[in-house]
Design a protein around this ligand. Structure first.
Ligand SMILES: *[C@@H]1O[C@H](CO)[C@@H](O)[C@H](O)[C@H]1NC(C)=O
Ligand SMILES: *[C@@H]1O[C@H](CO)[C@@H](O)[C@H](O)[C@H]1NC(C)=O
Ligand SMILES: *[C@@H]1O[C@H](CO)[C@@H](O)[C@H](O)[C@H]1NC(C)=O
Ligand SMILES: *[C@@H]1O[C@H](CO)[C@@H](O)[C@H](O)[C@H]1NC(C)=O
Ligand SMILES: *[C@@H]1O[C@H](CO)[C@@H](O)[C@H](O)[C@H]1NC(C)=O
Ligand SMILES: *[C@@H]1O[C@H](CO)[C@@H](O)[C@H](O)[C@H]1NC(C)=O
Ligand SMILES: *[C@@H]1O[C@H](CO)[C@@H](O)[C@H](O)[C@H]1NC(C)=O
Length: 448
């Protein structure tokens, strides 16, 4: 009798929590709607409460059915199957062998390249490139992107739904809003093989003025219902994102028993990142360019603070991962871009081993082709030499003064990842001096 009361009590508490969460979210949504469409008649509020709420509720149902022995959503698992689904930590996973890879990075760390390792895996993989771009853009326009807590919560919710092949929370952030779940505006759709192949690509034969939505095929606008069906039919799922700032905000996602998440954090020398950003985002990095010419960098400038903030977030996420908290055990891997540049195939193999997904011949071939080596050429020009040359170009494009600034504000981050400091201009540009310490980050197999 007592347990029954306890269960009822737990349910009520949980429902109250869920209710509160959706209130905060719908307040944000209401604001968004007001700013987005000031003169339109009210629409339905942005309610991505669906998937999360449903998710929490079905978890509750599952718990209930386990406790009371009544049949629920999950009762079709027999005892033996449940044993098999145990993930070795005494935790239940209902993902059915499906792996959910989250490639976490920041811009200019080679994340598009590394994302391809999974995008090119073949027919078993559903891959999305930066889906959170839409969320960030819309919240920025609504002036809501400043609150890191709110932002992180929404990112987590959207990712969670996406991993369950539910695009509806993401749809609320796509602008213009999809009509009947069809949109021509998904950011970088063409970067995702699975969104440009049949049947997700609905072939169109139109006149020359019509815009097609994939590079390799004449695809019409993206039907997200089809994308969702295709997603459900795939064995595995990978998402690349540069927008999640703090790993610990993803804990509820990682602990979702419907998912089997593997987080790969990709890092790079912050001096190289700055050098690369100054080229790639030249207008945004105007201030840095001026400093590069003047040789003077004001200590307390906002830009310097932002750089420090970015470095700190990357380091703190890595510290969480490397400290192997229970919720992340065997689910976290840290990879340095420089190591991938030096040993692309070996690193790709390691990443695949970590995820538990077979490293397909297609992925292998893509890597060979795109690291400028063929099997035959290996002996003469090793992959190693050439890609690391690429990865070191920044040493000649960043002035020593800026490298110094990075070393000052990103020092602890650089130390953690094994990036050597330079003492002068000569050392910076002397290629026979390596700025990379050999460093071994405990990989999953040691995390028991
Ligand atoms: C979302 O939640 C709100 C309040 O919690 C509710 O009014 C609304 O109907 C929900 N939307 C859907 C689609 O379930
Ligand atoms: C969201 O909830 C509404 C109303 O309950 C339902 O019609 C819709 O199919 C749900 N969407 C998803 C993706 O579950
Ligand atoms: C909601 O839960 C039901 C079963 O309880 C499930 O069939 C459905 O797919 C879930 N929807 C989402 C969006 O999680
Ligand atoms: C962010 O939003 C949450 C929830 O609305 C609020 O409690 C918190 O104070 C906000 N933080 C900042 C810095 O505005
Ligand atoms: C999108 O695909 C679904 C599933 O095949 C289909 O039912 C729907 O009609 C399609 N939507 C449009 C607008 O073509
Ligand atoms: C190294 O790669 C670049 C392109 O990234 C290519 O142009 C060059 O020929 C390669 N060099 C060697 C030695 O293989
Ligand atoms: C570069 O560094 C190496 C090793 O420290 C040194 O022997 C060499 O003289 C340096 N080259 C230049 C041009 O300073």
């Amino acid at each position: 009798m007592k347990t029954k009361y306890a269960i009822v009590f737990i349910c009520i508490v949980a429902l109250v929590i869920i209710e509160k969460e959706s209130n905060i979210l719908s307040r944000v949504s209401d604001k968004l709607i007001q700013r987005q469409t000031p003169q339109q008649t009210p629409q339905t509020p942005l309610d991505y409460n669906n998937s999360t709420q449903n998710g929490s509720l079905s978890m509750l149902k599952m718990l209930l059915s386990k406790l009371t022995g009544t049949s629920g959503n999950y009762s079709n698992f027999s005892e033996e199957e449940e044993e098999e689904e145990l993930d070795g930590l005494g935790r239940y996973s209902y993902s059915g062998g499906r792996k959910h890879i989250l490639l976490l990075a920041t811009t200019r760390t080679g994340s598009s390249f590394v994302g391809e390792f999974f995008n090119q895996q073949g027919e078993n993989m559903f891959y999305l490139f930066e889906p959170l771009w839409h969320v960030e853009r819309m919240l920025t326009m609504a002036g809501e992107a400043n609150n890191g807590t709110v932002l992180a919560g929404i990112y987590k919710d959207v990712l969670q739904a996406l991993f369950l092949c539910d695009f509806s929370p993401l749809e609320k952030f796509i602008s213009p809003p999809p009509q009947d779940h069809v949109t021509p505006a998904l950011f970088r759709r063409e970067s995702s093989v699975s969104l440009c192949e049949e049947p997700v690509c609905s072939p169109v034969i139109k006149d020359v003025f019509e815009r097609y939505h994939c590079k390799t095929r004449r695809c019409g606008p993206l039907n997200l219902t089809l994308a969702s069906e295709s997603c459900l039919a795939k064995k595995h799922y990978a998402v690349k994102t540069v927008r999640v700032r703090q790993l610990e905000t993803l804990q509820p996602l990682v602990e979702d028993p419907r998912l089997d998440v593997r987080v790969i954090q990709l890092v790079r020398d912050p001096r190289a990142i700055l050098a690369s950003r100054m080229v790639a985002f030249s207008s945004k990095y105007k201030t840095w360019k001026t400093w590069a010419q003047d040789g003077q960098v004001p200590e307390d400038d906002e830009e310097v603070k932002r750089l420090k903030g970015n470095c700190d977030h990357i380091r703190m996420s890595a510290e969480v991962g490397l400290s192997r908290p229970r919720w992340l055990r065997r689910r976290y891997m840290l990879v340095r871009y420089e190591d991938i540049a030096r040993f692309p195939m070996q690193k790709a193999e390691e990443m695949y081993r970590f995820t538990g997904i077979p490293f397909s011949p297609q992925a292998r071939e893509w890597i060979l082709r795109n690291t400028q080596t063929t099997q035959e050429a290996r002996g003469i020009y090793s992959t190693q030499k050439n890609s690391s040359e690429q990865a070191e170009k920044w040493r000649f494009s960043i002035p020593f003064t800026l490298a110094q600034v990075v070393q000052r504000v990103c020092g602890p981050t650089m130390k953690l990842f094994g990036y050597r400091f330079v003492e002068d201009e000569k050392m910076l540009t002397n290629k026979s001096i390596s700025l990379l310490e050999d460093k071994f980050f405990h990989s999953s197999k040691f995390q028991l």
